[in-house]
Design a protein around this ligand. Sequence first.
Ligand code: PLP
Length: 400
Amino acid sequence: MAFEFTKRKLLAQKSLSRYRQRFCVQQAAVSSSQTHNAKIIVDGKTYINFSSNDYLGLNNHAQINKAMQEGIDKFGLCSSSSSLVTGYHYAHQALEEKICQWLNKPKCLLFSSGFAANVALFNALGQSPDQEKGTDGGHFFLDKLSHASMLDGAFSSKAKVKRFAHNNTAQLSQLLSKSDSINKLIASEGVFSMDGDKAKLSELAYLAKEHDAWLYLDDAHSIGVIGEQGQGSVGLLNDHKAGQANIVMATFGKAIATSGAFLACNENLHDYLINFARHYIYSTAISPALAWATIKSIELIQQEQWRRDKVVELSDLLMQLLDKSIEIIPSDSSIHAILIGDEQKALKISEQLKNNGIWLTAIRPPTVLVGSSRLRVTICTNHNHNDIRHLANCLNEALI
Ligand SMILES: Cc1ncc(COP(=O)(O)O)c(C=O)c1O
């Protein structure tokens, strides 16, 4: 039979405890206050959700929903074309301008997803060597823990790709010194998705400056959550003497609580991407109504510091309550990774937690390295003290 291997590969996944399944969330359980709570209903049972990326609790926010409806009324739900045909609406332009002001970047471009933005960027910059056009193909240097979309983009480009050990800037420095390319790109996540720790931003910026390389930051997990107005890692680097990130990508699908993504950069790269980024050129522009709603979400993120403060407060509480013998990766983001190791054990604990009304997905290879399966806890603004106490008690019981 054609593609028989698909069956074999699925069986192998099962035997390795790496088989993945979807669960249908019937609805989010909305509380009486304006901010919805962090509960989900699956198969008729209610759980406190500790696996969501809605870090600031903005999903289903009344003002964002209202802006979405307003956007539908003004522009329609669909852009009806790619951006280079007639899909680029006033809502997209307004959102781009909002992001540029927020992040202090000259230009910004919207994509249908963070995955698409990452692949587009690496593919567009990693060109075939051509002396006449002044490109040697380029060298990309990626942190080992970079997201799958960065890796896919880099490896499917024409550039040479090197990966440095996680946050090992000494190794990165050596690799950069050995490179003879004139087109070097250092790429890292701002906050790492599965570990929750931060990149060594100023060291990366210094190395980029020293080696005349560009610095690319995927800020998917820092946007909204870090920085005085939630600008993410890029906010930490603004006015830094080491320099800034040349290109910043962030998705709208996490703290911003809508959908889609942006790439912020200088005017020249912006123009280049409009002309050469295939995921931009050959894809329907994001919904203009979503763009309109995203502007409202960013306004709330800028104004409501209390949302970031609450994540810090609840994260501190969890750390205080967890037994000290539990292995947890140090983090000052929303993401707290509890290392379990074995896939089966991680799955078992995740199931046990479900019986206690807690939804905490076990993260297993290939998302993380073999032997580093984990419970990735995300603390969100709409959790409360009782949620955290319940989680800590259940984890202490399951793990010690
Ligand atoms: C670090 C990182 N980059 C990119 C993406 C992709 O973003 P999106 O979900 O918008 O495709 C994700 C999330 O899934 C992510 O965690």
